[in-house]
Design a protein around this ligand. Structure first.
Ligand code: GDP
Ligand code: MG
Length: 593
């Protein structure tokens, strides 16, 4: 165990975690260049396309130092603000963390947040200044900023370039010297933390585990502490090697396969122990973040429902931050209410469902959860506006407020304050650190989750960074808008918004519906109502011409095309009563909020 080091790499997005991981693998000769394809750790297609890390992955490499050989297990972590959940998960399996800071960009909001996370878990943090090869790198200034803003000493920091390889050997030496080897006792009963899991088409469920005490060997019967679940270990090994091993020992990070083909429960974050000689206590669980918003997914084809459910189960195995439960809409039928950490998380799950599982979806507008206090004093949590009681029965609506930390160069501060105020933010603090400012705001989560991050990046030319966490529920003047099409309430279009914005939002929604709604043989009124009062309305005028009437003369092929198009359009629509509603209406509401 003395020659094992388990560490994570944490950083703000784009500061070079993945490049550094690849460089470490290459220098230690873990894999040939060809085996590495482009970047080993970003293995999902989506990750490579977007150039970001979504899933934490673990890799073991051998480092031959002067006297001894060391086994380094390192876990790459995502840096995007949406995926902080995955970061704490990786950290709980390690004794140390490399804090990578781009020597040209400097400290950013996620650098601070991730570093605090690591320090709270008692990890040894090793600061690394990366991209030292860049002409505008300023390691002295950035070192000062790290000391000032984060408050850790830079005395033992390493300067390197993941790109050129400069300083990487020095970094390896520091990892050996500064990061403690795992503690734990191989003679104690088995305790292993499940860090991650995923579904393999051929092997079934694979668990990634960190052994804190004891060991596991093939054929061992294991159980999940506090859950009456037992498995038999069929295969085990260490990533990235595909060959099997016979045992996983105290201090190691590796995978196990127990021949599970049906996913019945998610055990990421739980502790595994031996069935015959069980440990009594679970290991501390890692911090789990709550979903920031939820929305409904409905399969376009109702017969895909159970296949869709299976796909969600498999994705959740690999992404504990994804939450779902069955839901039903009068108009769209059976679907799932799903929870996400942010827009990027939503986009990723949606594209994985579409690409890996070939499921076409109708997506409703995202919404945060609210605490509702009814007239009779009862408190309920509601994450779907269509489930809200009538406004007349509601005494108070309490909305989630997030504590946001923003770090920005001084020159963008004016625009950023304006953006925060427009989003109902309340300033909590503002601290100057030479050329950087760190500001803290309380902002309603509903304002934050959709496009705040993109707008912040846009008004600061990409320089400002953001990090946020849920703070509290707070009473707010919120109202529920219901949408009626042809006098029928369309449940999936209900939305909650601040009193000052209701008219504006109601008009936008209706305009949007009008854009997508086809004409019928009769006039169709579209109304937005609060309680029973109409606050905005439009009418879709009846169809006057038939589609082919414009085609004078005998242009047969064009006529055919138009008719076919009309037929396709009809098939796609959801019929409700006498009115057909195209699925785009539900999805397009996202753009409004
Ligand atoms: P991650 O988001 O932290 O995983 O960052 P990546 O490893 O994907 O790197 C982001 C970008 O910075 C990529 O374009 C890399 O090629 C580049 N990069 C990473 N390390 C260095 C470095 O040491 N020097 C230079 N010049 N560029 C680097
Ligand atoms: Mg990356």
């Amino acid at each position: 165990m003395k020659n094992i080091r388990n560490f994570s790499i944490i950083a703000h997005v784009d500061h070079g975690k993945s490049t550094l991981s690849d460089r470490l693998i290459q220098i230690c000769g873990g894999l040939s260049l060809r085996e590495m394809s482009s970047q080993v750790l970003d293995s999902m297609d989506l990750e490579r396309e977007r150039g970001i890390t979504i899933k934490a992955q673990s890799v073991m490499i051998k480092y031959k130092a002067k006297i001894k050989t060391y086994f380094l297990n390192f876990i790459d972590t995502p840096g995007h603000v949406n995926f902080s959940d995955e970061v704490s998960r990786s950290l709980s399996a390690c004794e140390g963390a490399l804090l990578i800071v781009d020597a040209a960009q400097g400290v950013e909001a996620q650098t601070v947040a991730n570093c605090r996370n690591a320090l709270n878990l008692n990890l040894k943090v090793l600061p690394v200044l990366n991209k030292i090869d860049l002409p505008n790198a300023n390691p002295e200034k950035v070192s000062q900023d790290i000391e000032n803003i984060i408050g850790i000493s830079m005395k033992n920091s390493v300067k390197c370039s993941a790109k050129t390889g400069f300083g990487i050997l020095e970094l390896l030496e520091q990892i050996i010297k500064k990061i403690p080897s795992p503690s734990g006792d191989i003679n104690n009963p088995l305790q292993a933390l499940v860090i991650d899991s995923w579904f393999d088409k051929y092997l079934g469920v694979v668990f990634l585990i960190r052994i804190k005490n004891g060991y596991i060997k093939i054929k061992d019967r294991i159980q999940v502490i506090n859950k009456k679940i037992t498995y038999q270990v069929e295969k085990l090994g260490i990533l990235p090697q595909k060959e099997n091993k016979k045992t996983l020992l105290c201090g190691e990070v590796g995978w196990i396969i127990c021949g599970i083909k049906n996913i019945s429960s998610i055990i990421v974050g739980e502790t595994i122990t031996s069935y015959i000689k069980p440990a009594q206590k679970s290991l501390p669980k890692f911090k789990k973040l709550n979903q920031k918003f939820t929305l409904d997914f409905f399969p376009t084809h109702p017969d895909q429902y159970s296949y869709f459910k299976d796909a969600l189960m498999k994705l959740q195995l690999n992404d504990t931050a994804l939450y779902y439960e069955p839901d039903m809409s009068k108009i769209l039928g059976l679907g799932f209410r799903c929870g996400f950490l942010g827009l990027l998380h939503l986009e990723i799950i949606q594209s994985r469902l579409e690409r890996e599982y070939n499921i076409s979806l109708i997506v409703t507008a995202p919404t945060v959860g609210y605490e509702i206090i009814s007239i009779n004093g009862k408190k309920v949590y509601i994450d779907n506006p269509s489930k809200l009681p009538n406004m007349n029965n509601i005494k108070k609506i309490r909305e989630p407020i997030a504590k946001c930390n923003i770090i920005t160069p001084i020159k963008y501060i004016g625009n950023i304050i304006k953006l925060c105020v427009e989003n109902r933010g309340k300033q909590k603090s503002l601290v100057y650190h030479q050329t950087q400012i760190m500001i803290s705001y309380d902002i309603p989560l509903s304002e934050l989750v959709l496009n705040f991050f993109d707008r912040l990046k846009a008004i600061s030319s990409g320089y400002a960074s953001l990090e946020y966490t849920f703070k509290k529920f707070k009473t707010s003047k919120l109202m529920k808008i219901d949408i009626f099409i042809n006098s029928v309430k369309i449940d999936s279009l209900s939305t909650v918004t601040h009193k000052n914005n209701v008219i504006h939002i109601a008009k936008l929604i209706i305009k949007n519906i009008k854009k997508f709604m086809p004409r019928h043989q009769f006039d169709i009124p579209i109304q937005a109502k609060i309680s029973n009062t109409v606050i905005a309305r439009e009418t879709i005028k009846q169809l006057r011409k038939n589609v082919i009437s414009k085609c004078y003369g005998g242009d047969v092929s064009r006529k055919k095309k138009l008719l076919q198009k009309q037929k396709r359009g009809k098939k796609k629509m959801k019929n409700f009563g006498s009115v057909s509603i195209p699925p785009e209406i539900f999805s397009s509401i996202i753009a409004i909020n």
